[in-house]
Design a protein around this ligand. Sequence first.
Ligand code: HEC
Length: 279
Amino acid sequence: MKYAIGAILGVALFAWLFSVCSPAGKNKTGHEYMPDMYHPVSYESNQYSDYHWNHWNAAEDGQTFSKAELSQPRGKVNGSVPRGYTGVYYTDASALDIVRGKNAPNAIAAPVNGEAPFTYANNEDDRLKCEKEMSFNPFPITNDGLNRAKPLYDIYCGVCHGAKGDGQGVLVTVPDAKYPAAPKNLLGDDMVGAGNGRFYFAIVYGKNVMGGYTDKLSYEERWQVIHYIRSLQAKAKNLEYSETANSLSNIEKPAKGVPSGPGRVAPAAPATPTAPAGK
Ligand code: HEC
């Protein structure tokens, strides 16, 4: 009996709580049960469509930020260096182990994030300069890296460039395809011969109708995706590109082997940035 009364009172209490909610009227603000859960005050990232309940919309209520500004992926505060920042030139897998804190029992791992210096501007001159100067992939070829890059490539690139890299992604091959521009055939001789910097540049800035992917792929992921594209190029040419062998080029280093392909010619040493005079 005691419980039955308790239950009835509980249900009644909830019924009453909900009945207190009321729609907004002409001269009434109305009541809502937990309004912040129903109409979040947070903005929706990556969303440009009209979101009526976005309370911070400059156009509607004269606030500081415009909707476009609020929905852009955020960068770091100017002048700050985020934790996990890395632009180190890794020559072998053991250097990576140090970054990941595997070199000693009490070593601290730095999560490798999307932050790395990239000083090229988005123009044709810098595109060519980047291709020439960023010849090395800072990560060794590992099967683990290729396995992690496959789904990233399939999700972010394959829809246009094709699962095989031949430029025949679903966006262009589905019957009645509406995608207007032909995605680059990444298996063409020009792309096989292209320096790694050309791929990296394309991931950072995109090209014409293709957008950039820095907010989707971290620094390491970008380079692993480039490795994966190289492996697709090798596959198309019946060559090997793996942890143990690279017969596609003489540049990217297999973690457990030596590069042996003809391909691109490696410059004598990786370019080291020189400090501007007076600093
Ligand atoms: C929405 C379709 C689309 C997606 C997704 C896409 N691309 Fe592209 N990509 C294109 C098109 C179209 C071009 C040709 C641009 C041009 O030359 O005008 C292109 C060109 C390129 C080029 C050649 C750039 C050059 O210097 O000529 C590379 C490299 C490339 N994409 C890599 C990638 C990678 C890596 C990804 C995934 C992270 C990706 N793309 C995702 C459409 C796409």
